[in-house]
Ligand binder design. Sequence first.
Ligand code: BGC
Length: 749
Amino acid sequence: MPLQRLSLRTSLSTLTLLIVLILSLTASSMWAQRGSKDHPWSNSSLSPDERAAMVVKEMTLDEKITLLHGTGMVGLSPMSPLAVHSNGGAGYVPGIPRLGIPAIQMSDAAYGVRSSGENGRYSTALPADVAGAASWDLDAAYEYGALIGRELRAQGYNMTLGGGINLTREPRNGRTFEYLGEDPVLAGKMVGAVMKGLQAQHVIGDIKHYALNDQESGRNAVNVNIDKRAARESDLLAFEIGLQESDAAAVMCSYNRVYGDYACENKYLLTDLLKKDWHFKGFVLSDWGGTHSAEKASAAGMDHEEPGELFYGDELKKAVEAGTVPATELDDHVHRILRAMFATGVVDDPPQKSVVDVAGGLEVAQKIAEQGAVLLKNDHGQLPLDASKIHRIAVIGPHADVGMISGGGSAQVDPPGGNVIMPPGKGNTHWQDHVWFPTSPLKSIRAKAPGAKVQYDSGADPASAVALAKDSDVAIVFVYQWESEGMDLNNLSLPENQDELIAKVAAANPHTVVVLETGTAVTMPWVDQVSAVLEAWYAGSHGAEAVTNVIFGDVNPSAKLPMTFPKSEADLPHPTVVKPGRESIPNYRQHEVWKQIATGLAPFQVTYDEGVKVGYKWYDAENKTVLFPFGYGLSYTTYAYSNLKVTPGKNPRVTFTVTNTGNRAGAEVAEVYASLPAAAAEPPKRLVGWSKVKLNGGESKEVTVEVNPKYLSIFNVEHNGWQLLPGDYGFMVGGSSQSLPLKESVSLK
Ligand code: BGC
């Protein structure tokens, strides 16, 4: 008995000790995260600038330097012992507990939180960013950002590295799936909405890769040359709009050079434009390994080096002590980082690790995939399929029995449930692997059509796929094109003889439906042979469910292409790969590139002589016919446009009526384009606004799109400002860049 008591007491005191330990550990980790509440700058009624300025005054030089760099990454820069406190994300900046400043935990999060397996956490994979852009839905974009923000916080992160916005100037760029298409107004407004949703969760937002990082091949060596006006009206305009719309607190400068200087030590980009002209109050961080100097980068306006301290550690400190980097310049870098933390709420409301809402996340992912899937062709109303009337369905294509492909590189999200085609024991995501999410088209179609015989063929042997197609009422062929950071595509053709597979299946069955799982435009030599084509992009964690809902009509497609699909590479501004570095680097490994940086890479030149003519502006100006135009996408109903009225004014108002002329409810992206006066010497038209209108069968709605005068202006380099030329402006309204039934010309002053 006494013995028992003793052991009870022992276990009680052990328990007490444990509780005390846990409480103090929690307190200390809360301290590290949250900091103390009794500093003058803890007063959240002060402005972020006032609060940041108070903290800067209290900081030692060493503390300031600590905030200006990350803590290392294997293979790129030496690891700091402090890195042990990292949450496993791409970047970690220790906090300053003495001053109540929490650490910054950064994670890649382009289409979901990249877990990289380090902390083994669950995250939802949304459809790729390009699919979000295809929704043309600002509310969906907000939801996209909000979901990522919530899941970042649940994993203990307080900063995203997502927000890719480089224009699809070159559709073979391996990162197009991470970006938002070819138009600066669409991309800028969509990234703005994503960032608003994200920062509303109290996470630091980031827009990248600033700027003109439009190809992956030779991305560390390429020097981009482009006419300044063209740059301001294209790639740079996307950043300008994105930042204005959202106040994103960080901008990541890119690997490439622009006008001779690396983007991360480019005074024109970082100071003249971003910080002065655009009044950006946040901080600039380098892409990983994109810093090349201390003094030059600092003077140019780069605030923070990632992932280590090759330049912004000792070297920067010595430069400050020697006076070659002024103390005011250093303080400005520090101020901007602190300001970003106060402004986004990461100091006042630090993240607490928690379990994410898995079901809620999947619902959002599926909804956005449904809103982002573009119906490109639908002859004779092939779709939607009526499950009750079809007896035999062939599901054909690589891995369509088990999963759907996702985009790779630093955007890669670990698939919950594992990569369905990864050989056992190899782990989850790897830079070079094709990662297939366990969302099975076959299963999903079987569930939707329980009365039908649904059979699968991988297509590896086209003869067997053809036999199945012949024996089926409808053949649904799932094809893919994998893309990843660090490589570009050699061409826009589907790999692995998939073009041939589609052509053969289509020859065997007149009811062939092609579902594309791609991150960019593809060429379609078989397009006239098939009856329907659906661009599903990289469709995310619930991609199969979304695609099935569209195919069977539970969802009426409403997405529009955010990029032109050309007929062939010959129609691109740079049809042949002639410039060094435009070739793809299929066996690219980060380490090799970084090693090359360390030893110095000779720059090579790429000149964007197409200038402002990106995407549809190029095809319009060059009179080239395309496969599917920008802004195009079909629905299961039809829409009519009428009653255009343009009211001039500071923000011209474009009013018109959209009518759903069918029976089925749907949502139409009504697009507004403008042509500028001849003196502007611009391409024939540019997108200046849009509205996504929900309409029941037979319903009409009057829509007004207010046009920001900047979208009607040209950039005047001499006066360094936007200029609205007086003259006649043509306003065109309709359902795609090539279907604009309403036109009105007005004179603007
Ligand atoms: C990519 C960035 C990414 C960073 C951190 C770089 O290779 O270009 O987009 O955020 O790595 O993973």
